[in-house]
Design a protein around this ligand. Structure first.
Ligand code: ADE
Length: 269
């Protein structure tokens, strides 16, 4: 008799070079991003390819997208909530961020999550346009539930996975991140943001952190400042004017993080 040669697993299941890296080394990284404009520089830098429909890990009706590829010892999956089915714009905000993160972590079992994106910064707390921060803490600022204990649940403050060596060696700024579903800031949000001691403000971070904690998957939050919330320019204008240039900086920063973590263990970060 003879034996058939083993069939090669489909490309998405083939062990990549990460399997050859040292024991315990980080192998699979999940990058979660909200906007296509923010993600494209990274997709191009690492020649990530869009997962074909037949390989989709997402429900049929979802607009969520996944790009994947390799870099050094890492397998990279970059996921986005994609375009809203009705309005055709990026599905920014906490609802879609948490869902796409949930589905991705469940299917891909990453060793590490990187939530990368843009944020508003507070100059009173030391932020300038173009700065790239790693968030030490995340919390919500638009979940006001003035009933004892529910109030704290609403804020949902949590420490992020501490990556002291990334902070130190790559010279990022560190600050607390506050998340809400609005780009602008009403007085009540402002009060909560101050109480959250936040330096930066985004629309996804705390939602990604919530899901990461469910899976006990370490997550780091890389946020590049497009606009100064306590400045004198209108936020939508300042955000759109700086989006392209700041996104280029974000790509450089995420690339540095990926270079740093390749071949390392979680405990080395
Ligand atoms: N992303 C970029 N700028 C932002 C801001 N000011 N608020 C929330 N998310 C942002």
């Amino acid at each position: 008799g003879f034996s058939l040669p083993a069939m090669a697993p489909p490309p998405s299941e083939q062990p990549d070079s990460a399997a050859a890296a040292g024991a315990g080394a980080i192998s699979r990284v999940l990058i979660v991003m909200a906007m296509e404009t923010e993600a494209m520089p990274l997709v191009n830098r690492f020649n990530l390819v869009e997962a074909p429909a037949r390989e989709s890990i997402f429900p049929k009706g979802a607009s969520w997208t996944r790009y994947y590829g390799g870099h050094k010892d890492l397998h990279i999956d970059l996921v986005m909530p994609g375009k809203d089915a009705v309005f055709g714009v990026d599905s920014v905000g906490t609802v879609s961020a948490s869902l796409v993160t949930y589905a991705s972590v469940e299917a891909l079992k990453p060793d590490l999550i990187i939530n990368a994106g843009t944020a508003g910064g507070f100059k009173a707390k030391g932020a300038s346009v173009g700065d790239v921060f790693i968030a030490s803490d995340v919390a919500f600022h638009d979940r006001r539930i003035p009933i004892p204990v529910f109030d704290m649940y609403g804020v949902g403050a949590r420490k992020t996975f501490a990556a002291p060596n990334i902070l130190k060696e790559l010279n990022f700024k560190a600050g607390k991140l506050s998340t809400g579903d609005s780009l602008d800031m009403c007085p009540q949000d402002e009060e909560m943001i101050v109480s959250n001691d936040a330096t930066i403000k985004d629309m996804e971070g705390a939602a990604v952190a919530y899901v990461a904690d469910i899976f006990s998957t370490p997550a780091i939050f890389v946020k590049a400042v497009t606009d100064i919330v306590d400045g004198d320019k209108p936020t939508p204008e300042e955000f759109l004017n700086n989006l392209i240039s700041v996104t280029a900086r974000l790509e450089v920063s995420v690339t540095k993080v990926l270079d740093f973590i390749s071949g390392k263990r979680i405990s080395d970060l």
